[in-house]
Structure formats: C-alpha cells, structure tokens
Write a protein that binds this ligand. Structure first.
Ligand code: ZN
Length: 459
C-alpha cells in the first residue's frame, strides 16, 4: 500500500498529549500515526522537522457575507486557511425586515440555509451553519425537523438588537429545541440596560470611542446569561453561551454548570483573552463589537475559566468590515464586529502557550477538539484514523509581525497589528494541501458543507 502523503519529523499535538510521530494521509483521511518506519510509503513526503503538527482550528462562530460581514466565503475562507482554520460555522438567517436587515421580505430558516449554501460555493475550507431565529414566530418550530435533516443541529438566539427575541419566546424555543435535542446558542446582553445607557450617552453627547464599552456593561451580559440559562435548564435544553467576555458572566455560567454539567457549554473569543478596553484609546472604534472588550482582569478571568473548564472553546466572532466602515463618529453610528479569522490561532498560541505557559494540547482542545465535539462535527477535531486530515504545520519559532497588508479578508486592519506571532506554514483540508509556505495553493470551492450530527455531550 502506498498512501498519498506522509508528514514526518514533526511533533504531533494530540488533544491529550504530544507525540513525536509521523502521520499518513490517504485521500481525504488520516490512515495511521506512528514512527515513519512503521508507516506505508507515500507519493509525497512533507518534512515537518522542528515544527508542530496541529489539528486545524474549528471556528464555530463566524459571520460571512450578510449584514454583519462584507467578507464573502472566498475572502473569509482564504483568511481562515492562512491562519490555520480548516472548518468554520456561519449563520443561516431566518430573514427579517428591519433597519439592520439586508432582506426585503421575511423568509424561513430552511431558505436561510439554502441561501448560505449558495453563497458558500467558493469556500476554500469546510463550513457548516447554525440556524438563527430572528422573530417571535411559532411557525419556526415546524422547520426544526427539516433543519436537522439538512445537518443543522443548533439554533442561535439573541437577547439584544432588533432581531432579539423576548424572554417569553426564548423560553418556548428552549422547550421545542429540547424535544429535538438541538443545541441552543445564545448571545446574551440585557437589551434594556444597554439601550437606556446608550440613550443617556446620546443625550450627553458622549460620542467618543471610550464611552462605547461603558454602554454595554459586564453585568448586562451576566444578567442575560443568568436568565437564558435558567430558562434552558427548566426546559432541559442544551445551552451554548457564545462570546463570553467577562468574569461576571463566566461566574454565572460556572455556577449553573456545576449542577448541570452535561447541559451547558460556553466559549470566549481570541480578542477577549488578549485585548481590553484601553484599545479604544489607541485605535478608536476598530475593536467595536458586542459585547465589548472589557478590563485586564476579564482577560485573566477568561484564562482562569478556560483552565477550569467553564469555557470550552475559543472562537473569533469574525466580521469582515473595513477601517472606513469602523471609524465613524459618534460611536453609536458604528458597526459591530471585527476581523480575526487569519490571526486567531497564531495570536491565541502566542498568548496562551508562549506567554502563559498553557500546553499545546490545551490549544488544540480549545480551538479544534472541543468545538467539533460540542457541535457534532464527527470527522473534525480528531486524529482518529478514518477521520478528515484537517491539519496545520505550525512553526512557533519563526515569528513574524502581523501586518494587515497581508489580510485576505476585505478588512484592511487588524487589532493585533505588529504583534510577533508564530507562522502557519501549511494547511491541509481533507488531505489536500491548500496553504503552502504561507501561500494559497488550494482551489476555491474545495470546501464542502458539513452536515452535523446531533452531538453527544458528556463529561
Ligand atoms: Zn457573533
């Protein structure tokens, strides 16, 4: 037997430890791991000596090609691949009509799935979708079975914005989602608290960027998380808290999780582990997102809770906007979200492993294994033979400063500009090399839609 590719000489990062081993790839799958002498011959041999072989990152929170991002699947998937992300999960919107919407008329969730699948035809990396509910309309429950048949096994809800749902309706959704064993994905900020402060700042003409984070306080995030988790646990619905930013919200999640471990999971994002609200003085509104960047103590809290297991995942909440779109005055005219896909793995590696001495297995658990397991991506985030060869050759020693001129995203800035980080040299998606020596060598359209299973959550 001759396999397609052998990656030799590198240090293989498994979710539970490091191994000096080679890895054999045939077709789209990993077929064996071991010492080179035990493995079959290969058509192509890739020397990863002195480097790490990581699982490709699985980013379960990105915004592509809709009202929250100007990135197309082409630009975003190039950015992702260059940064070592091999699968991402975007949102399929139930179209609504409103100021923040790009839609002319309402649509169903299933139409939202089809709309995104059409947009994703050029994706370089694999992708999946969360269903996103945008209005209090009972008809959506009739779509859950078909949504699951199409491989969409999670449902997103917001407590804020014009497409935020009432607590009463969220309560109903948890009940329906529980009967289908869906994972409910929640953006939690108490809308009325944020709105009243915002209106006050407007009256007082406090339009400078420094006031933006003060308009969406940490306790508003914690309060809404408390409400949402309370309802989810009453309904017996599995709960995934997205973009946890602060100590107060993490403590709420931890408190419920102690009693309901198999029902609650949560993430933070790279930016909430490394950046704080002082950045608004330095780069104005570039990092504006909701919830906002918090305080240095909240960065510490993210690592404490990643370490303790309150937080399972590090994602990006990537949104592709340009500097011009972000730099407006006053801040309430601004746009939420920032680009991060291309820098997430290198920056989180630099912070977690290089600066804070967390292990490489910790890195791949938070970036790949946990998100794949939590969201039912059976062939992703694992090195088991027979699963997809989604791999990254990473050189932690050859560092380079982040230069936004290298962005593949339409976004022409990075909040991490100038930071010295390790280099993603090669990225494989389903066995095919799509990034080589930091250059795109894969074909657009290589990425495919990944149907997700109903996930199993256990300790
Ligand atoms: Zn988001």
């Amino acid at each position: 037997m001759t396999v397609d590719t052998l990656i030799t000489g590198g240090q293989l990062v498994q979710p539970d430890g490091l191994l000096d081993a080679s890895i054999a790839i045939a077709g789209k799958e990993i077929v064996a791991i071991g010492s080179e002498s035990e493995l079959p011959a290969a058509h192509e041999k890739i020397d990863a000596s002195g480097k790490l072989v990581l699982l490709g990152a699985v980013d379960v929170h990105v915004h592509l090609d809709d009202m929250f991002s100007n990135d197309t699947y082409e630009t975003a998937s190039k950015a992702a691949a260059l940064g070592g992300t091999t699968t991402f999960v975007d949102f399929a919107w139930q179209a609504w009509v409103g100021e923040a919407s790009i839609f002319d008329e309402e649509s169903t969730l299933v139409e939202g799935i089809e709309r995104k699948q059409t947009k994703a035809e050029d994706s370089l990396i694999d992708y999946s979708l969360h269903g996103a509910i945008t209005r209090d309309d009972l008809a959506v429950f009739d779509e859950f079975s078909e949504m699951i048949d199409r491989g969409v096994t999670s449902i997103k809800m917001f407590t804020a914005y014009e497409f935020g749902l009432s607590n009463g309706f969220i309560d109903r959704v948890f009940g329906e989602a529980a009967t289908h064993d869906l994972v409910a994905v929640l953006h939690t900020e108490d809308s009325s608290v944020c709105e009243v402060i915002t209106e006050q700042f407007k009256r007082e003409d406090k339009g400078e960027p420094e006031y933006y984070p003060k308009s969406r306080p940490d306790y508003a995030e914690a309060m809404a998380a408390d409400d949402a988790i309370t309802m989810a646990m009453e309904a017996g619905c599995r709960y995934y808290g997205i973009h946890t930013t602060c100590r107060k919200a993490a403590e709420v999640i931890e408190q419920y999780r102690t009693d309901n471990h198999d029902m609650i999971r949560a993430e933070t994002c790279t930016q909430y582990t490394v950046a704080d609200d002082s950045l608004f003085d330095e780069v104005r509104l570039l990092p504006m997102a909701a919830p906002p960047l918090r305080k240095p103590d909240d960065n510490e809290a993210m690592f404490e809770h990643l370490d303790r297991g309150t937080l399972d995942v590090v994602s990006t909440d990537h949104c592709g906007y340009t500097r011009n779109q972000k730099q407006v005055d006053p801040w309430w005219e601004g746009t939420f979200g920032m680009n991060s896909l291309q820098r997430s793995l290198p920056v989180f590696h630099d912070e977690a492993v290089t600066s804070r001495d967390f292990s490489y297995p910790f890195l791949v658990r938070k970036l790949a294994t946990n998100p794949a397991r939590i969201f039912g991506l059976a062939n992703k985030g694992t090195l088991d033979p027979g699963t997809h060869a989604d791999l990254v050759v990473f050189d932690p020693n050859k560092t380079e400063p982040i230069d936004p001129a290298d962005n593949a995203s339409v976004a022409d800035f990075s909040i991490y500009a100038g930071r010295e980080v390790g280099v993603v040299e090669k990225t494989f998606v389903r066995g095919d090399l799509i990034i080589d020596e930091g250059e795109i060598v894969g074909d657009l359209g290589h990425g495919t839609f990944v149907e997700r299973e109903i996930p199993i959550w256990e300790n």
